[in-house]
Each structure stands twice: as structure tokens, then as C-alpha cells.
Design a binder for this molecule. Structure first.
Ligand code: 8DG
Length: 189
């Protein structure tokens, strides 16, 4: 059996470009019914907006290891593998960007642990916000990811169209499209 390579010629002689996507990971760190959010600053993407602690997967990294690495790098929280649970997978796209695969992991703040802003050059501050009453000044897809988590929706797309804003806009179109019924009805514990 021959290997299929990017740019392989299809049966009709058409060159099929294999699609690739960046993978990013997002932490839903919970303290009771509050979630930790970080205000982006000086990064060139979504600056001024609240976002979950997050980052890009590195080459060869598994998604859970990437989440654990980002949590330590960005907020100084050391998580064991059994402490993080994959809760939402979302294909998302910025208004001017390419689609990405975003994984969201939930974790509970351990007793005695205290997150700190480890990347003040990229983040102007971190804080706790009510999961049931999320702030408006957020990255829209991230807010949709948290709302999906609350609703028990595990899989969704959130694909902006040109002209949308990266920021959540309560009056704008809702780009969240669930791909399966909620796994659990009601709020997660
Ligand atoms: N930097 C960047 N992040 C984006 C874009 N679109 C988009 O959804 N994101 C998301 C993915 C991640 O959740 C988050 C990026 O976090 P980050 O800038 O802290 O990434 P990182 O820690 O991996 O750092 P780096 O790879 O950029 O050096 O924002 C984009 O165009 N640029």
C-alpha cells in the first residue's frame, strides 16, 4: 500500500491538498462556580480581551500534555494528568484567519494553590469570573467554549465570517454550532 502524501494526485488527476490546522488548548480553571480568565496584552491577537489561559500545541505534543505545560507557563499552576478533563472540542476561526482545532480542558483549583500571572508581557492581569454570568469583553469563541461547557455541549464549530469581531458581540451573530446534543443536561458540577 502506498502512502498518501500532501499534494497527492487524486483519481481524477486533481491535486488534493491535505488540510492542516493549528491546534490550541484552553484551560477552564474552576474555583467553585468561578472561572479564571486572563486579559491579553501586547500579543497582537485579541489584546485587551479576556481569554482562558491557552496556547498552541507544540510539534509532537499530546493535547493534555500541552494543556498542562501551558497552565504551568502562563499561570504557574501545576496539574497532574488525572486533574484535567477534556470537556469541549471546537473548530474555530478568526474573522481573518484559518480554522483551528481548540481543545478545552476543565480543572479544579486545588486547595492552597494560587494562580499567578507568569507572562506579564502577554497578559495584563488574571481574575476569577462567574461561570454562570460570563463577562462580555471576551474573545468570542472562548466565551462560546465556556458556554458550551456549561450547557454540556462537547463538540461545536465557531467559525467567524469576515466582518465579525474577535470580541464577543452580544448583538452580533452567534457563530456557535453544536455538532451533537448535550452530553449532560444542566450545569457541570
Ligand atoms: N497568537 C494567536 N493566537 C490565536 C490566533 N487565533 C486564535 O484563535 N488564537 C488563540 C489560540 C490560543 O488559544 C491563543 C494564543 O495564545 P498565545 O498567544 O498565548 O499562544 P502561545 O502561548 O502558544 O504562544 P506562541 O505559540 O504564540 O508563542 O489564542 C491568532 O491569530 N494568533
Amino acid at each position: 500500500m502506498s502512502a498518501v502524501t500532501t499534494g497527492a494526485t487524486g483519481t481524477a488527476g486533481r491535486v488534493r491538498q491535505r488540510h492542516t490546522e493549528v491546534v490550541d488548548v484552553h484551560l477552564i480553571l474552576l474555583r467553585g462556580r468561578e472561572v479564571l480568565l486572563a486579559r491579553r496584552s501586547g500579543t497582537g491577537y485579541a489584546d485587551g480581551l479576556l481569554h482562558a489561559p491557552s496556547g498552541h500545541l507544540e510539534d509532537g505534543e499530546d493535547v493534555r500534555a500541552g494543556m498542562i505545560r501551558e497552565a504551568a507557563e502562563e499561570i504557574g499552576i501545576e496539574l497532574a494528568p488525572h486533574e484535567v478533563e477534556a470537556v469541549v472540542v471546537m473548530q474555530h476561526r478568526s474573522p481573518a484567519g484559518a480554522p483551528r482545532i481548540g481543545w478545552f480542558f476543565a480543572a479544579r483549583l486545588a486547595a492552597g494553590a494560587e494562580p499567578v500571572n507568569r507572562e506579564p508581557d502577554k497578559c495584563s492581569g488574571i481574575g476569577w469570573y462567574p461561570l454562570d454570568d460570563l463577562p462580555q469583553d471576551m474573545v468570542a469563541y472562548c466565551r462560546a467554549g465556556l458556554a458550551a461547557y456549561r450547557a454540556g455541549v462537547r463538540f461545536l464549530t465557531h467559525l467567524h465570517e469576515g466582518g465579525d469581531t474577535i470580541a464577543y458581540d452580544a448583538a452580533g451573530p452567534d457563530r456557535a454550532v453544536p455538532l451533537a446534543p448535550p452530553a449532560v443536561s444542566g450545569s457541570p458540577s
